[in-house]
Ligand binder design. Sequence first.
Ligand code: 8YV
Length: 321
Amino acid sequence: MDRADVLATGPMMQRIEDGVLAHFTVHRLPAPPERDAFLAAIGPRIRGVVAVGHARVDGAFMDRLPKLEIVANMGVGYDSIDAAEAGRRGIIVTNTPDVLTEEVADTALGLLLMTVRELGAAERWLREGRWVAKGHYPLTRTTLRGRTVGIVGFGRIGRAIAERIEAFGLPVVYHNRRPVEGESRRYYPDLIAMAREVDTLISVLPGGDATHHLIGAEVLAALGSDGVLINIGRGTVVDEAALVDALDRGVIASAGLDVFEVEPCRPDRLIAHERITLLPHVGSASRHTRDLMGQLVVDNLKSWFESRKPLTPVAETPWAG
Ligand code: 8YV
């Protein structure tokens, strides 16, 4: 394999750093104002991009890299990459599916339990000495018992979440662009219709224009006053202003969010709701799983430059071989 020139769009985790340094000539994208001169000088040599830190890889960026063959994204979600445009240019995009499925599903269940039983707020009660000063933490308004869960976005992670929820004794239904073949759980083609029938929504949807603000005031109203919204997919799927309003007015009971419209963030209006759960995008963030994801980024690049066989190309850039 020749030592192809690859460009990292942000700081790489150690596993990726070691892997790419061993096999490629690595360049690091500087921040503006140096970026422009860097791309003019180095861009024409770049054959691979390591997409980290959700940096935007769009048509204008691809224009600066005329020899680009592959964009290897760190993460299963690739909404920061214009994959359709890459497809039109014959550039392969890869992501990191499967290796994070169980971890993200575990986190989703943790987030759900934390939210309905207010475990974060209860822990703060103990840590801040309020158990001694004020007595027992108040009984939680919500419980997992008796709930019906609707999963929005029924891919690999959605199914792994469904299996876990069923083990907790709760029924699961789902909404997706289209019914999943061979799936016996009830399918709702209409998200609002599903929200009316369930009291717990878990969104696993990817980001991008097609899903932007899909969960807004109307869906939240349909979910109702005992409703709980969990988002483990992408923050842009939920209209955050509508969510704050729904929480302020008691339109729904609670929310658990791992993802936000803009990240990183300090969402003060959500933080004001002491009993909801807010996590700083940690769905897949264990050393174990991030190492597997990082290795898959490296392996995709190696496999492409060794044998022209990307391991996990995305749907927009299928590889026929
Ligand atoms: C990380 C994720 O935020 O895989 C994804 O799509 O959201 C997360 O695992 C990230 O992509 C890793 O840098």
